[in-house]
Design a protein around this ligand. Structure first.
Ligand SMILES: [Zn+2]
Length: 302
């Protein structure tokens, strides 16, 4: 049974290869490597091989309007249609109607129910103390922090980051140094990739969440998009080389955004699903956000 590393990118869709699509215009060798030498656009030809799957999956979930992070992530990380349950797309936080689903049926909860001890499940992101103050004051759980906490998977903090047992949200830690701790040492994306891969030494399932892609999409700023995608590409280049052979990398998103800088809003484009490594073929028939968590959990229960 493979160990699984799930890298979640917020707001990355597969859109037409226009001048407004940085995934079409930028040179991103690691992204292309993960797609069998193709750019991440609507023209991408699906790959369904035993150890490598790349398919576009639907993020609209049968509803009108623009997909949002709250219901999209709740769907991605539970396998249940949270947007339909809520009656519409909602975000960025999970609506109260959907919180019990996220708390009780997340991929973390399902893996724990399948017999993986919670201490073998990891959510790799580091959260600063101010995050916990905001959660306590306003109840602003995100889908992933709620899913992890409810399943007994602890949120990592400054001490874990200092010990290189957690990743800063921007991978390099520049934001952490600027906003949280001026003494924090920044790192390269390659060092972040190695730290993430090292978490798999003592975990069976590791999740990392990256949301600057969505922020860059909202900014409509091509320079910002190039910065974020260049940083991610350096990260993935190192990560693909650092992963042990028995680790399955799963990568997906919750909705489109960054692939169309012509609009500051989300898009209805499909999102990428990449599975790279042993067991990848379990994801070959996925067609929507609904299919990702069942395929992950099926690696243990199937
Ligand atoms: Zn957004």
């Amino acid at each position: 049974m493979p160990r699984v590393l799930f890298v979640f990118l917020d707001g990355v869709g597969l859109g037409p290869a226009t001048v407004d699509n940085p995934l079409a215009t930028l040179d991103l060798p690691a992204f292309e490597r993960m797609a069998g030498g193709q750019r991440w656009t609507a023209d991408l030809a699906p790959i369904r091989q035993p150890r490598h799957v790349v398919v576009p999956i639907d993020a609209t979930l049968g509803l009108e309007g623009l997909p949002q992070s709250g219901t999209g992530q709740a769907t991605l990380f539970t396998g249940e249609n949270a947007a339909a349950a809520h009656g519409r797309h909602f975000g960025p936080y999970p609506p109260t109607t959907v919180r019990p689903l996220v708390a009780e049926a997340s991929v973390f909860a399902q893996l724990a129910a399948a017999g993986v001890p919670p201490e073998r499940l990891a959510f790799a992101n580091a959260y600063p103390d101010r995050f916990f103050r905001v959660v306590e004051a306003r109840g602003r759980w995100t889908v992933t922090t709620l899913a992890a906490t409810a399943a007994g998977v602890r949120l990592r903090r400054a001490g874990d980051l200092a010990a290189r047992r957690a990743l800063p949200a921007d991978l390099t830690g520049e934001t952490w140094r600027r906003l949280i701790d001026p003494a924090h040492a920044v790192q390269t994306e390659a060092e972040a990739a190695h730290d993430l891969a090292a978490l798999l030494d003592d975990h069976r399932f590791v999740l990392h969440e990256y949301y600057l892609t969505d922020k860059a999409g909202h900014s409509r700023d091509p320079a910002r998009a190039a910065e974020v995608l260049g940083s991610l590409d350096r990260f993935f280049g190192a990560l693909l080389d650092a992963l042990p052979p028995d680790v399955l990398l799963v990568l997906s998103s919750d909705h489109g955004n960054l692939e169309d800088l012509g609009t500051k809003s989300h898009t209805r484009h499909p999102v990428p699903l990449v599975a790279w490594g042993p067991g990848a073929d379990a994801f070959a028939e996925a067609t929507s956000l609904l299919d990702v968590t069942p395929a992950v959990v099926g690696l243990w229960t199937g």
